[in-house]
Design a protein around this ligand. Sequence first.
Ligand code: GDG
Length: 745
Amino acid sequence: MKRIFGLILGVAVAVSLFAFAFTYWQNYQEQNLLLDDLSRHSALLAESFKEAIEPNYSIKKNPALDKLLDKDAGKERLTGLVIYDVTGALVASSSTISKGAINFAAVAEAAIKGDTTVRQVSSVDGDKLFVLADPLHSDGAVTGALVVVQNANYLDAVAGEVWTTNLVRLFVQVLVFLIAIILLLRWLIFQPMKHILESIRQIRTGTISDELTKLKVYGFFHPIAVEIAKMSESLLNARQAASEEARLRLEKLDTPWTAERLKEFIKHNLKGRPIIVVSNREPYSHSKVDGEITYSVPSSGLVTALEPIMEACGGLWVAHGSGDADKEVVDSNDKVALPPDEPKYTLKRIWLSEKEVKGHYVGFSNEALWPLCHMVHTRPVFRKNDWLEYRKVNGKFAQSLLAEIKDMEQPIILVQDYHFALLPAMIKKSRPDAEVGIFWHIPWPGAEAFNICPWRKAIVEGMLGADVVGFHTQQYCNNFLDTARKEIESIVDIEQFSVTHDGHTSYIKPLPISVALTNVAAKKTQQKSLVLQEAGVKTKYVAVGVDRMDYTKGILERLRGLEFFFETHPSYQEELTFVQVAPLSRQSVEKYRQFAEEVRTEVERINEKFGTSAWTPIVLIDRNLTHEELDPLYQVADVCLVTPLNDGMNLVAKEYVAAQDDESGVLVLSKFTGAARDLKDALIINPYSAEETSEAIYQALTMSQLEQRRRIKKMRESIKNKNIYRWAAELIRAVANLGSNEISL
Ligand code: GDG
């Protein structure tokens, strides 16, 4: 664009320069013509006066001569006449020429001396004068000179007029030229280009309309437009075929779920009813780096799971706007279209004050509920103020959500996680027609353990506002049912797995979450990890761990398992590197800061104990990696260690398996994860036992390729069948209470 404007400006400057030169030349010509004219007229005047003077007057002072010179003076342009004698002395002059101003002696002398007519343009008292001196004769001898003085001011006026006319014309011409160029560019280039780009974008994103196949672009873009129209038509056909196939698959139980199938499922079953997801963590957060706004995807299992669903189905996602540049990219309703490069759904950001974040997120969510539900020997801290903020923030989200669904009929609201236990009841109270589900991404402890929470009753009641309460495993469902039975007045139906409280029934469902592996091979093996190259890892074997830096993930226990492994299997020293990716998480919580420090110290200690100049046994990466960096790392890793002390599901385990499209690699998995129920072909261990961890590492490194393939294949099959799209379909089907005659799973 800049270049185009530069070009237009250049052309305008060149046209102006040319017009200036032309005007100068035109003016020069015009002035010469006018001067010639003036000169001729002066010569005629001089001639007629000479005819009267020469035969009748001698050139000396004589009042009659003065009178004669006054005859035509002051008429038209004639300022006056002056007569000098042969010595150059003034003899007579018109009264229109003031005596003081008479200074034409030099011109007169030149005419007398040369016996010829002399012309001159001079300035007197700010007036431009044309002066013509003609010699006077008597008997063939020069007797003096007659000077004719004409006013030549009009020459300047004419010149000014020429410049003004030409400059105005130039300005109008340049303006017309610029407007014409801009309009031409707009009509011939920008608009067709914009149209073509929009078409290509729509073709790419699948939001193409039939109209587009009749792409109306003429001119020199026409051939391109024709090709794009053809391409879009065949893509449209291909999409329709895929969509039809997906629709047919809805009825088959044994074919895997895809984004396309989920879309069809929603289209056929919900018939335009809106889906709204609510979570604390936002899927993209915007921040400023060196003055530029950038975005990142937070390391969060919830985001990993829900993003592909929102991408497939569109809809609204409501979350806390926590990035430092989040406010700069939202519209007046605090909304932003996502993903940033290819928008498919809308995120509404809710702003929370520091006090609210401290009480709701840091305090009650992460210092009370998180340890309470995980039971990994970190004591929950229950503060009354945190609880009050937690309730307030749930209320704030409820208000915003109710405003959003004001004009929606029977919206489906999918509340996510332990940050919003009170939200389902708050929504249902105002909008009983809304169908609400809450999915609890973390474990639910036994009723005895939950009993220590001072606000347990309010939490359970809040959750039971939902029509469906989902957990990853049957065990967590059982625990929740026990808790409900114990804590509140309710009717528990073990057969239906439901709780009826206050006249409302909630169904408690095990819905194990997963990743997006479909039956199509996910991606080509990349066999190269830049992360490993950057870290200088050169050993024969690589083991990897990927976790948020969280004390529930068993990172310290894993490190002790590795230490024990290097001690008991010294032949693997300098042969195996363990890469722990642990992006810092929840650093506003004291326990998490302490934990990160402990992990760093432990890594240093073990590296000092075994490391050599050529080998660092453990590489700790505590920055947030992108999935483009993570995937190759998963692919090249011979072993993946997933050893949480307790984990609702754990998606890293499933991501590792999904990434092994060459069907090699071994997963070591803690038995205290939800994933251990789905991935039975992993090497299942008790993470608290360094011996078991060490033994599993050894078993993994010595496992035959055949055995690795057998296990990975079975686990990939399980993920393929129960992928994230199926999870979403099951959750939506349960929440929307779809009848059996509807197209279902
Ligand atoms: C909760 C429950 C449940 C990790 N490092 C980076 C990164 N990650 C991604 C992983 C994975 C996700 O974060 C972590 O998911 P997990 O499931 O392992 O754990 P939580 O965050 O604790 O999730 C858990 C989950 O919710 C879903 O219900 O499974 O039990 O605790 O996807 O790949 N992502 C990026 N950079 C990293 O450095 N971008």
